[in-house]
Ligand binder design. Sequence first.
Ligand code: SAH
Length: 598
Amino acid sequence: MPSTGKAQMSESGAIGVIAVTERGRSAADRLQSAWPDRVRTFTGERAGEELRSAFAECGAVVAFLAVGAAVRALAPVLGDKHADPPVVCVDEALQHAVAVLGGHHGGNALAAEVAGVLGAAPVITTASDAASAAPLDSYGADLGFTVADTAPLAPVGAALLSGRPVRLEYDQVWPLPPLAPGASAQTPPESAAALLRVTDCAVQRSGDQQVPTVTYHPPSLVVGVGSARGAAAEEIGGLIDTALAEAGLAPQSVRTLATVDVKADEEGILRAAEERGWQVRVLPAAELAEVEVPNPSDVVRAEIGTPSVAEAAALRAAGQDGRRAELAVAKRKSANATAAVARLHPRGRLALVGLGPGARDLTAPRALAELHRASVVVGLDQYLDQVRDLLRRGTRVVASGLGQEEERARTAVAEAQQGAAVALIGSGDAGVYAMASPALDFAGDDIDVVGVPGITAAVAAAHRLGAPLGHDHAYISLSNLHTPWEAIERRLHAAAEGDFTVCFYNPRSRRRAWQLPEALRILGEHRPPDTPVGYVRNAARDDERAVVTTLEAMLNGGAEDVDMYTVVLVGSSASRTVAGRFVTPRGYTWNSAAETVP
Ligand code: SAH
């Protein structure tokens, strides 16, 4: 049977999907429409053959087959776990997406993705994920870490999983996920059962270590190079290798070889980089001339317009994006070449994560991924309680109470400035009346910031009420703790006159009872008494309560059961109640459609 959909994508990135039953084929179609550029479907009578073809030709495999059938079919062709594509099997009832092979090499993630599309549950059986800790063989891989020697991964992993004390040593803090709690920088060397190191220094031979040791090399070094025209790759490469070796630096930590633009086509430099697997970065002479270096040369300045090539290029390339960088090896010379090495300081990472309104299936998968990625999670106690079971073991939790927003924002930023991966969490969306803006007010350009959108309360509530946000709307917080009431009042008048549907956040608390009635009164000056009003208490939480009523009823005592767990939505002049649902029609669409019909 021929396979379909050939040659539509680069094969290594393709997901081969095997479907032999009716049900499997329709599920395969769903994967195809979810990921049109990635899926290549294999359909046929002989499942085993299709599976083996997919395994040989694709970067990952999803099989709508029993695990046993898949294992038997693949057994003869299984190779190395680092090179084989991950395999996920989905049962005929589409209930489970099982990561069968290559769990840590994309299989677990693929199982979760497939489960997401099909509404199935991912089944993960790898040990470290079962114990909810970061897997060692891909630890830091997304940051560009390499493992110096893979042999000790198994004994060190076993020590971590069994909770024995593991010593952590690093020369700089990188934004890494947590390891199991047994791993600590405080573990004294004499009581450590294993050692984990993150360093750009070259390792001693593994026999020299007392205990099993895994060394990760982070991409923290940049080699700067200059050469005379025609200098040989062997000479340049030899100079670099010696410079690194004599300084005790690991070549695996070199991320880039940098030089000046006039050397962009210098054969010897390009080949020396290629042989070592490094990318080349060329920088304009004028840019290099601005870099302060310890060993400038007037001769070089006269020749190419910058007093330094090797030192300046290394420092400049290492310091891109505002990173701090310093020279690790000053300029060294051979007959026709110069080399220097710079070390960069990693930047911490601050993730601003909105968890959504409450129900876990309304939390974005990306938000969960950021929670897993962070080694420090900062937030209000009640939100932390909501996600505590999701946090990886070893995650440091910094909880604080209501009213400590500024302190919370400063803590999160300060932790990221120390280099850690930090998640600052909040309910709904982190940017809506929440922690993202105070945090970014304090954050400088010395950290990386990522935001994960969350479903905000107004949107969650709107779906319980009907479709109140179908036309223009305004959010107004009725909390006058930080905003003077006069400003809130001005916005209320403007929203009323502008005929917006209005969503009130923080509508009422025990100490702030008069603001909501007053706000409703102002809107009532511009809206008829039968204007729909809806409110939802604890939207998308266990004790959710939704009410659709009218402005008049709200003004006559209906606002009593609104509290700080509630959002209130007041309609515009176009809003209506239809079959008990609050609807704001998007009228102009139909108007313009009507105009085109004769
Ligand atoms: N960042 C949050 C808002 C924080 S302000 C978000 O995007 O949703 C706090 C106010 O949000 C509460 O006083 C309440 O008005 C509203 N709110 C938050 N979650 C809610 C929920 N699940 N149901 C109803 N209102 C909610």
